[in-house]
Write a protein that binds this ligand. Structure first.
Ligand code: ACM
Ligand code: ZN
Length: 761
């Protein structure tokens, strides 16, 4: 019987030598080294999962579950030999290294650690047809793994996603699904932002009010904004899920929290998938849930929301005890060595007036409030170390002078030289700057490329410096993300680009090739029921100009998406006409395009203006070719039209529309002069800014990118006769958190104009 069984399974898993599956699977992240061979290894109900080391049992069970969903097979797992063999070989290589070979009827995955084996499982999953992701049995399907040999290891140890569960809450089951998708892409750090002003989400036994009261709130401004967007944008993903709302008397409360049992369950669930959980309890700012529920944690009884909430008082000893009590329970729940203390956006106004804070500063010879925060961090870090933990904090923890052992999470895209300062001080860095990694920021057509371009990390020049970069992470802040659906819409597929960035070697990374693989992965995400964002439409500007008539171009790289449109200002719905390539217009038309996925989900809307124009005449002047006049104002507002109401600081002449090197701090800039175009043509102006910007041509506002925001590029066209035309650009940087300004000009052939000869005054 035994002999027969062995023979039978060997027959079924034999490398069949079929050419039927000629199309190679798309692997993301792209592995270090892949050698494809002819033939396949078949997964059948006779396949067995063997593991050499008892520590790999959870990995075997995980693989069994993964393969069982769609195949319907109840595969046997056992310590010993199997037709899929999981092994440990603690050889050199970075943590997470694995080798996978599929040949001769067997799949072998050998990791240098548990994580390595799980990484190999993620690759095996991607070697199988996308249907393997379905949660229901697919009958009659052939489950073929193409013969291959892969040797692979991560570039960075830290490939993370942060999820804010305070602003909006995500349930235990939603977190499991989130971890499942992370594992598919070898993302291995789940940074869990568990507390903030809008909700405390983790049970702390010693301070039960933190969740009894602090996990629930009446609807706040963010909730209202979400509900408004649900209505105004015809998008149910912005609705607050019913299961996060409870009624108490005549009040509706929003919220939820994780019990300590939930936390233990999720820590184990993540560990099985090779994922470490990095809990964050944000201190001393973003702590008003604690302050509201336990007396005496802030400097004064009266707290105030200025730019941020009033922080905890580091001058009071009982506050330090409170903080340690919280972390004591955190350490007992989360085994991973890295724990995040937050430390961002602390409003230090109260500290300046607080006798306890000032006394603490005098006693410790601290000269400024940022130094007081640094003192608090060092105090807490000693406690972390006593408990065998390492501290991670947002990059503000650098500001008052930091210990060399804390780890920096770089988030402020505009903060000066975080990497340089951290490395000089010996601190390791996780890169998650707003400029590319904030997945709650609206995606624009350049966003994926900006993530991908980060493979050449700014300021890193040699291997020794690179070794100080722990890795990269995408952050999902959820102020305006109330639902699982909206969360995936914002986070994916950008998170997939971050996964490749964190894992793959620079020499193997190619953006076009990545995009081709990504398109295949959309199918996999669809099978998993992950409502990723269908890629934005391209092929048009925000304003498109024509003199006679124009072809309308709206392209989506997801072949399964359908594009519908309206021209009367109404939102496109499932009945709206379908856009067809080659469509043309001969009069000014305002389109709204909207993508619909294969299963009918509504995507974003794109408002696209096609404008019939005559060429605007050139000015009859011959201006000086030396560049544009630039005025820098000491501006702190949020609206470009107010910039010149602020005091003038300095003036410059510049041959480019970008921030002058000398300009720092409060930034409002006004560029004025002429643009000297070389021929009669329709020119395209692309203006990228963080924060607001406006572009005027021939005295007319043609591009409006105003208001505080993340980097957003807008593009408009303008029909111009050869010669000089008036140009003006207004730009501001709100709170010094951005600082991006860049304008590019193209002719109809797509050739970028050389700015050296373009601008004059
Ligand atoms: C942050 O975005 N405040 C870290
Ligand atoms: Zn104080």
């Amino acid at each position: 019987m035994k002999v027969f069984k062995l023979f039978f399974s060997a027959m079924l898993v034999v490398c069949l030598g079929l050419e039927a599956h000629a199309q190679r699977p798309a692997l993301i992240p792209v592995p270090n080294d892949v050698h494809w061979a002819k033939g396949n290894v078949m997964i059948t109900n006779q396949t067995t999962i063997g593991y050499d080391d008892a520590g790999l049992k959870p990995a075997a069970e995980y693989l069994k579950q993964l393969l069982g969903r769609a195949t319907g097979y109840n595969l046997r797992t056992r310590q010993g030999k199997g037709s899929i063999q999981l092994s440990l070989n603690k050889s050199a290589g970075k943590l997470g290294r694995y080798e996978l070979s599929a040949t001769g009827g067997q799949v072998r995955i050998t990791g240098n650690s548990y994580q390595g084996v799980v990484n190999g499982i993620s690759t095996l999953r991607q070697l199988l047809p996308a249907d393997v992701e379905l949660k229901k049995t697919v009958r009659g399907k052939v489950w073929a793994v193409p013969c291959v040999k892969i040797t692979d290891q991560p570039r960075f140890e830290w490939r993370g996603l942060e999820l804010d569960v305070s602003r909006h809450f995500f349930s235990k089951e939603e977190i499991k699904e989130f971890l499942d998708v992370m594992a598919l892409y070898k993302l291995n750090k789940f940074h869990w932002h568990l507390t903030d002003d809008q909700g405390w989400r983790i049970e702390i036994k010693k301070y039960p009010l933190l969740t009894q009261n602090g996990a629930w709130r009446t609807f706040d401004g963010n909730d209202m904004a979400c509900m408004n967007r649900a209505k105004n944008e015809d998008n149910p993903d912005f609705n607050l899920p019913e299961n996060k709302i409870r009624t108490q008397g005549d009040k509706k409360l929003y919220g939820g929290f994780y019990t300590q049992d939930d936390i233990r369950e999720l820590v184990a669930y993540a560990a099985q998938r090779g994922i470490d959980i990095v809990p964050e309890i944000d201190m001393p700012g973003h702590s008003s849930c604690a302050i509201r529920n336990y007396e005496g944690l802030s400097c004064f009884d009266k707290t105030q929301w200025r730019a941020c909430s009033s922080p905890m008082c580091p001058g009071k000893d009982h506050v330090l005890e409170f903080c340690k009590d919280i972390y004591r329970e955190i350490f007992s729940l989360f085994p991973y060595k890295y724990v995040h203390i937050g430390g961002d956006e602390v409003d230090m106004t109260d500290w300046k007036a607080c006798p306890d804070c000032q006394k603490r500063m005098r006693e410790n010879n601290l000269k400024s409030e940022p130094e007081l925060q640094a003192w608090f961090n060092r105090y807490m870090e000693r406690f972390f170390h006593e408990n065998g933990r390492e501290m991670v904090g947002w990059d503000e923890i650098l500001d008052g002078g930091i210990s060399p052992t804390a780890n920096i999470m770089w988030w402020r895209g505009g903060a000066p030289n975080v990497i340089g300062r951290s490395l000089a001080n010996g601190n390791k860095v996780v890169c998650t700057p707003t400029t590319a990694f904030y997945l709650d920021y609206a995606e624009d057509p350049g966003n994926m490329q900006r993530i991908y371009n980060f493979r050449n990390i700014p300021g890193i020049e040699n291997a020794q410096q690179e070794a100080m970069i722990m890795g990269v992470q995408g952050n999902i802040w959820t102020e305006i993300i109330p639902s699982r659906e909206r969360m995936y819409f914002m986070a994916y597929p950008r998170a997939v680009a971050i996964a490749e960035l964190g894992w793959s070697n620079v020499k193997d990374m190619n953006f076009n090739n990545f995009n081709r693989r990504l398109v295949k992965h959309f199918k996999r995400l669809q099978k998993l029921n992950i409502p990723y964002r269908t890629p934005g439409l391209t092929g048009f500007n925000d304003v498109n100009v024509f003199v006679d008539k124009a072809k309308v171009n709206a392209t989506c790289s997801d072949p399964t998406a359908v594009v519908r449109y309206t021209t009367d200002g109404s939102f496109p719905n499932a009945q709206s006409p379908i856009y067809k390539p080659g469509m043309s217009v001969d009069r000014t038309t305002n389109f709204i395009f909207r993508t619909f996925t294969a299963n009918g989900r509504r995507g974003e809307m794109f408002r696209v203006n096609y404008q019939k124009q005559d060429y605007s005449p050139a000015e009859q002047i011959s201006p000086d070719n030396g560049g544009l006049s630039v005025a820098w104002y000491d501006f702190t507002g949020q609206n470009c039209n107010e910039i010149d109401k602020a005091p003038l600081k300095e003036t410059y002449t510049l041959s480019d529309i970008t921030t002058p090197k000398e300009v720092k701090g409060n930034v409002g800039l006004i560029f004025t002069g002429y643009i000297n175009v070389p021929k009669d043509d329709i020119y395209t102006f692309k203006l990228l800014s963080d924060d607001g910007s406006l572009l005027y041509l021939d005295g007319e506002l043609v591009l409006n990118n105003d208001g505080p925001h993340a980097p957003v590029e807008k593009s408009v066209q303008h029909a111009m006769r050869k010669g000089a035309h008036k140009i003006a650009v207004r730009y501001f940087d709100f709170m010094g958190n951005g600082g991006t300004l860049k304008m590019r000009v193209f002719d109809t052939q797509g050739k970028q104009l050389d700015t050296q000869h373009l601008y004059c005054h």
